[in-house]
Design a binder for this molecule. Structure first.
Ligand code: CA
Length: 271
């Protein structure tokens, strides 16, 4: 997986079978400075994503060949780009299934152009993301880019490097690793883990975490719905699965019933 060079236009891919919506979304992204490629079917979308290495993908769930969930599974095996699902069905289960399959965010159709633009802008304005964009090499798993200190290293960790036992989160390089093995996190999963690590054991409410997942500078509609909060639960469940699949302890993230989540400080070493 490669990142586009800093001089190139950022790429976006719009996977949508409805021509009017595809044109509208493409126009919004083009205005935002993206080089946009459209795809009218799921299979075409998967191919285009593999060719273009986009920064952003918008994805319709109801496609004529393979559905959006299957598209997500296929593109998630090759990319960690920012995926926004555009769902025509105001159905919580559909949205949660999409998030389970690796989507970062969702917008319900019909949507206001401002809303979609605000979500994308908020994601791209994040200072840490910009830093990574300027230094594509920082995304690689090379040890020089993201030095992971050994457990008995007595030196203080810098602001950008957060550690909890064998779990290390590097806010600068936007990488997370467990016992030196990099966790394959989506951007949203990374943001949530980073926020919980930064909070160092303090409880973060689901509402707070929804705002974290939208980005600090988000200036769109800031209403947090029940579905938004359920979406956080799904992202956290995905995170725990990824921790379990590496050498991490999924129980390092504790559910505080009816409130939110927190990290157990100093844990993850017991395994
Ligand atoms: Ca459709």
């Amino acid at each position: 997986m490669s990142s586009p060079g800093s001089g190139e236009l950022r790429a976006a891919v719009v996977i949508e079978d409805d021509l009017d919506i595809r044109n509208l979304v493409s126009a919004i992204l083009a205005q935002g400075g993206f080089q946009v490629t459209g795809a009218a079917t799921g299979r075409e979308g998967v191919d285009v994503v593999r060719q273009e290495h986009p920064t952003v993908v918008t994805l319709d769930i109801g496609l004529p060949d393979i559905d959006g969930y299957e598209v997500l599974r296929r593109i998630r095996s090759t990319t960690d780009c920012y995926v926004i699902v555009l769902s025509g069905r105001d159905d919580e289960l559909d949205i949660l299934t999409a998030l389970q399959a690796g989507a970062d965010d969702y917008v319900l159709k019909p949507f206001r152009p401002r809303e979609l633009r605000a979500r994308i802008d908020a994601m791209l304005r994040r200072p840490r993301a910009e830093q990574v964009a300027q230094h594509p090499s920082a995304r690689s798993a090379s040890p020089a880019a993201a030095p992971v200190r050994t457990e008995d290293d007595p030196r203080e960790l810098s602001d950008t490097l957060l550690r909890n036992g064998i779990l290390v989160v590097d806010g600068e390089a936007r990488t997370a690793s467990c016992a030196g093995v990099e966790l394959p996190l989506t951007k949203t999963e990374f943001n949530l883990l980073h926020e919980l690590m930064r909070s160092n054991g303090a409880v973060r409410t689901k509402e707070e975490l929804v705002r974290v997942s939208r980005g600090r500078d988000y200036r769109g509609y800031n209403f947090v719905s029940r579905t938004d909060e359920r979406a956080i639960e799904v992202h956290i469940a995905n995170l725990r699965q990824k921790l379990a699949r590496t050498k991490g302890d999924p129980d390092v993230i504790v559910t505080v019933r009816g409130v939110g989540f927190r990290i157990v400080p100093g844990s993850a070493t017991s395994r």
